[in-house]
Ligand binder design. Structure first.
Ligand code: HEC
Ligand code: HEC
Length: 197
């Protein structure tokens, strides 16, 4: 790890510690639902996206949602569409939005999932240890996202981004995990995840 990377990781950890002290902060899901009215235009009603390039938020771990919003707000993770919507959120907003979206039930996208590719994807997710961090059912935990039922094209873009080091990654673990993946692997994994309930 380079020195800049270490310093960045520490700065981010510091930010996280001050902004998000789980589970000490009592989050208000009802207030989050109010605040989410602007989000659903892109992320879909209840955070279930029907746009292949926009991620679903329903059923993501609360800590993951709040952390990513913080990263967008602080300009660590950047996206032309998303960043403006995080810019003015307070720490309370981040937690309330997270509390709202985490309790929504995700309906996975109805893309034509290929059975052969699905088997291959399941095998790869074991072989490359995706399940070690994202959980045996790929439902995510703490700051690690749920992959099951996520939009396929979105997953592919993110995996390519981690591999190329263009997607911001707090501790570099995901960037390392993406290095051995070929384009065919990415395709099979994304197909597998998006078809999972
Ligand atoms: C104009 C469309 C748009 C709006 C409105 C919008 N987002 Fe997003 N959001 C996106 C896109 C596109 C991405 C994926 C960015 C990328 O590719 O890195 C994203 C990513 C995210 C992520 C990261 C999810 C993940 O799986 O990594 C979170 C969390 C998020 N948005 C929350 C919100 C919240 C909360 C709001 C409302 C306050 C909101 N978004 C409003 C388009 C939007
Ligand atoms: C050592 C733990 C670890 C392993 C192993 C791991 N991941 Fe991750 N993954 C993470 C973390 C942490 C994040 C969130 C990174 C961030 O935004 O800072 C993440 C993010 C992702 C995302 C972005 C999803 C979103 O909604 O934005 C995808 C896709 C992903 N991982 C797929 C995989 C796949 C496929 C594998 C196996 C090849 C894998 N991960 C292995 C920890 C891991």
């Amino acid at each position: 790890m380079s020195l800049t990377k270490i310093v960045t990781a520490h700065a981010v950890a510091g930010l996280l510690a001050t902004a998000l002290s789980y589970p000490a902060l009592a989050a208000d899901a009802a207030a989050g639902m109010q605040k989410a009215q602007v989000c659903v235009a892109c992320h879909g009603a209840e955070g279930i996206s029907s746009n292949p390039t926009v991620p679903s938020l329903a059923g993501q771990p609360a800590q993951f949602i709040a952390t990513q919003l913080l990263m967008f707000r602080e300009g660590k993770r950047k996206d032309a569409q998303m960043s403006p919507f995080a810019a003015n959120l307070t720490n309370t907003d981040l937690n309330n939005l997270a509390a709202y979206f985490t309790t929504q039930k995700l309906t996975p996208p109805t893309t034509g999932v290929d059975a052969t590719a699905t088997q291959a994807g399941a095998r790869l997710s074991q072989q490359y240890n995706c399940v070690q961090c994202h959980g045996p059912a790929l439902l995510g935990q703490q700051h690690i996202p749920r992959l099951a039922g996520q939009q396929r094209d979105y997953l592919k873009t993110q995996l390519r981004g981690f591999k190329a080091s263009t997607r911001f990654d707090m501790d570099g673990q995901m960037t390392s995990a993406a290095q051995p993946l070929s384009e065919a692997d990415i395709d099979m994994l994304a197909n597998y995840f998006s078809g999972m309930r």
